[in-house]
Design a protein around this ligand. Sequence first.
Ligand SMILES: CC(C)(COP(=O)(O)OP(=O)(O)OC[C@H]1O[C@@H](n2cnc3c(N)ncnc32)[C@H](O)[C@@H]1OP(=O)(O)O)[C@@H](O)C(=O)NCCC(=O)NCCS
Length: 203
Amino acid sequence: MSAPPKTVLTTTPKEEAAIRQAVRATDLSLLGPGARIAGPSHIEGLVALLSDPAVSAPIYDLPRPINPQTVGDWIEETAQLQALGEAVLVVTLDSEGTVAGYSRFTVWPERASAEIAGARRADLQNLGGGRSGAAGSFNWMFEALGVRLIGVTAATDNPRSAKVIEAAGFVPMGQRDAIRPDGSVRASFYWELTREAWLARRG
Ligand SMILES: CC(C)(COP(=O)(O)OP(=O)(O)OC[C@H]1O[C@@H](n2cnc3c(N)ncnc32)[C@H](O)[C@@H]1OP(=O)(O)O)[C@@H](O)C(=O)NCCC(=O)NCCS
């Protein structure tokens, strides 16, 4: 399951409360016009998206197996965590209103930290959109959620993901074992990016 960053930040009660409120309120405008909070109307689209191994195989924290029940439960569990200020599940709709990607944000408000996992539909992969799409998500996490640290993992055999992560300025911090919901372990590379470093790169 999602694990907090290796680096441990501390917060004031005020900062923690502000992050929880930002997660609850979730202004998605910085994520673009197709971004929506996942709800029951997206179950079918998410099942179709995630049933494709080209989309879901590299991701360790998805429910398995993928079916309407497990995906519906995942949407509901994330909504409950969002009400606590601790997670957001976003789908991206294409111009026809079909689910074309997703991002799940896990937030640790008491550590001003967050993690993201996500994927785009197979027909939208390898077109050069990953870098800008991921950069937009990282920007949103710092700007709209107000976290100060993002940690990310990628399977050790996922060079595309590593490229996208390092292009955004993330610092490699070795490996970590990512734990799948069934308890099995996936070897992962691990990176972190601070808000200061992100702002400095943005100039
Ligand atoms: C990971 C993902 C979001 C990347 O998006 P994308 O649009 O496919 O990626 P891009 O086309 O922008 O390519 C990303 C980079 O990887 C490079 N790349 C592609 N295939 C590669 C390979 N086999 N080896 C090394 N680099 C590769 C590209 O050249 C590009 O680098 P550049 O920006 O320096 O040119 C997308 O492929 C995806 O959803 N994959 C399935 C799920 C997944 O892996 N999610 C991430 C889990 S951490």
